[in-house]
Design a protein around this ligand. Sequence first.
Ligand code: CP3
Length: 344
Amino acid sequence: MTDDVSKPILNVLKGETLSPPPIWMMRQAGRYLAEYREVRSRAKDFIDFCFSPDLASEVTLQPIRRFGFDAAIMFADILLIPIALGRRVWFVTGEGPKLDPFDVANFQELADRREDSVLASIGETLRLTKAELPAEMTLIGFAGAPWTVATYMVEGGGSKDRFKTRVAAYDQAEAFDAMMNIIADATADYLVMQAHAGAEVLKIFDSWAEGLPEPLFDRVIIRPTKRIVDRIRAQGVDLPIIGFPRGAGTLYPKYARETGVTALALDTAVDPKWMDENLPAGLPVQGHLDPAVLRTGGAVLKAEVDRLVDAWSDRPHIFNLGHGITPDVPVAHVEQLIRSVRDR
Ligand code: CP3
């Protein structure tokens, strides 16, 4: 009978404005939680952790049990798709993700080596999580957007300004676009698999959409994201899709109009007034508290929660951070955040 239970997050994504807004946090399963660190220490390495449904589902549920967030986001990583496309990915403690740098001229290799069964355990994580999730809470699946995933593949890891990737996008444009299509199609099929495994919302993380000139933004952000949305819809999946082109700035409205996403996740730099005036009427937004404000806590946190909740009171709004929670945040600040949003 779970379909009869009203889920605040799904209601907002259908266009309802709720007061107080529902809330979850980017990276809510993570190192700021002692119980996460305990489970994490049982896995061989981070990738193995992501591919262990028992452990991944356990940490997905931890922040739900502790804080009662309105959504659980499956525990996985955006860098699993490169693995399914035959690339090697590993994490170095203190440095983050590492990959063998990829020459986009070799794009065909990605399609030739694509192996979707690599990602099957993520479906199992979703099934295990769904079975335990309280009925009023929403299960979110996700993937990285092709541009953000490509930046890690081309650079061989994180980078300051994605310079090598931007040059490749201009200089090897045809191969680059062909590579983006291959990543986009694998990503869409991965999201469809997640929908079949119980995800109720799909989120596309384009964490490195910032700083691109409009023509390049059209080519590497909007076009591949639209391709993913179209391919998901063509497979009969009608779940809400949240797009997160972090740092898109004045291009957020165009992204919203042209990609076909259901809702937008906004970053910390967004001016709510400008954005509200420029976004399609009624388009749901997921808001954008600065993770540094959450780290600070106290009166600063209270004031920012008030500002953001008030700013979005006339539009369907899900409260969230503008980027992921940092490992140094005291649990008491997360508790304060939830109280501040719910008990104003
Ligand atoms: O709780 C959740 O939000 C779900 C899980 C999730 C993780 N990564 C777990 C994770 C999600 C949605 C992601 C997405 C992700 N991964 C993004 C997009 C969102 C964003 O933050 O911009 C990106 C860019 C990545 C790539 C990635 N994964 C990086 C750069 C790092 C290293 C950063 C660090 O803090 O070390 C990761 C590792 C990672 N992914 C961790 C977690 C909890 C920390 C690793 C650990 O626990 O050892």
